[in-house]
Ligand binder design. Structure first.
Ligand code: SAH
Ligand code: DHB
Ligand code: MG
Length: 223
């Protein structure tokens, strides 16, 4: 979009003022770059939003769907108290390996576990095992599967838990009921599912920034 240089400049300004120099995060981005991972991690100021939501909600158990190089996982895991847990799900062995290295360099290996496999399978296994509920879930993987991941997240949380879904706007495409893009269809189906689910209170917010025009859904599991 024409405004992209301005969005980049504002994100750079906010990140410089409010995030600052952060060696572990910078090393994580550099390692992801060196390994040829795509540039689709959350921006620094978005990562800090995830961190603040996790801290404010007092999350002790966090689940992430879609690890990439572990950039958002570092932000989330840093919000955990001693003894907290972050489990992050990733299908690509190279991404998982880069993420494990980055989490270890950030000193988070005792709190954070990267679980390799299709998220549909690793989520189903956790439901089957009746793992302790998560306090916060961040869904940021393949967008066509958003409805499935959200349903699984509901099975893996408790009243009061937060579920955050990235990339729900995609340049405005989410408003196109005739879209044939599987990601848009998945994200529209997510909104329909949430709208019909009395056990969830949710909102979606549009954002602009270094990652373009996009947005996120924030959902609270009701008591
Ligand atoms: N949350 C990360 C970015 C994740 S990018 C961050 O902000 O730092 C999306 C990730 O989801 C990619 O690494 C991709 O390999 C992974 N992914 C895609 N399909 C998946 C699937 N079916 N199961 C698990 N992970 C998947
Ligand atoms: C893409 C995925 C993301 O999670 C994101 O935040 C931006 C882009 C992508 O697959 O293009
Ligand atoms: Mg994303």
């Amino acid at each position: 979009m024409a405004q992209q240089p301005t969005w980049d400049a504002v994100d750079a300004y906010f990140s410089e003022q409010l995030v600052g120099h952060d060696p572990a995060l910078e090393a994580a981005s550099a390692a992801a770059d060196a390994a040829g991972l795509p540039h689709i991690a959350v921006a620094p100021n978005q990562g800090k939003l995830l961190h603040l939501l996790a801290l404010t909600s007092g999350a002790r158990r966090i689940l992430e769907v879609g690890t990439l190089g572990g950039y958002s996982a570092i932000w989330l895991a840093r919000a955990l108290p001693a003894g907290g847990v972050l489990i992050t799900l990733e299908i690509d062995p190279k991404h998982a390996e880069v993420a494990r290295g980055n989490l270890a360099r950030a000193g988070l290996e005792r709190l954070a576990e990267v679980r390799l496999g299709r998220a549909a399978d690793t989520l189903a296994a956790m439901v089957e095992e009746r793992v302790e509920p998560f306090d916060l879930v961040f869904i940021d993987a393949d967008k066509p599967s958003n409805p499935e991941y959200f349903r699984r997240a509901l099975q893996l949380t408790r009243p009061g838990s937060l579920i955050i879904v990235d990339n729900v706007v995609r340049g405005g495409a989410v408003a196109d009921a005739d879209s044939t893009d599987p990601g848009v269809i998945g994200t529209r189906a997510l909104h329909e599912l949430v709208a019909a689910e009395p056990g969830v209170s949710a909102t979606s917010v549009q954002t602009v920034g270094s990652k373009g025009y996009d947005g996120f859904m924030l959902a609270r599991v009701q008591g």
